[in-house]
Design a protein around this ligand. Structure first.
Ligand code: FES
Length: 83
């Protein structure tokens, strides 16, 4: 297991550090955000987030490191993320 920390920049501009394989939902919670959920089996798309411009379904994906160890999470339009 690599013990390298990955920096995540969230839609609310908070920054947290996570590890490869961490869960998206609990990581978002630490940043004070809640990723919406629906089916939790990967079919409804409610939990979709954009990670470095690539859409991932949070319920069926773990956090994956990239070369820069920097992940920017964005959502185009989703009322659940407004505060
Ligand atoms: S909660 Fe339905 S795809 Fe993730």
């Amino acid at each position: 297991m690599k013990e390298k920390y990955i920096k995540v920049i969230w839609p609310n501009n908070k920054e947290t550090f996570v590890s490869d394989g961490d869960n998206w939902f609990s990581s978002a919670e630490k940043a004070g955000l809640e990723i919406p959920t629906g089916c939790l089996t990967g079919s409804c798309g409610a939990c979709e987030i954009d990670v470095n411009g690539k859409t991932v379904r949070a319920c069926i994906s773990d956090i994956k490191n990239n070369k820069k160890s920097l992940l920017k999470v964005t959502l185009t339009t989703d009322p659940f993320w407004e505060e």
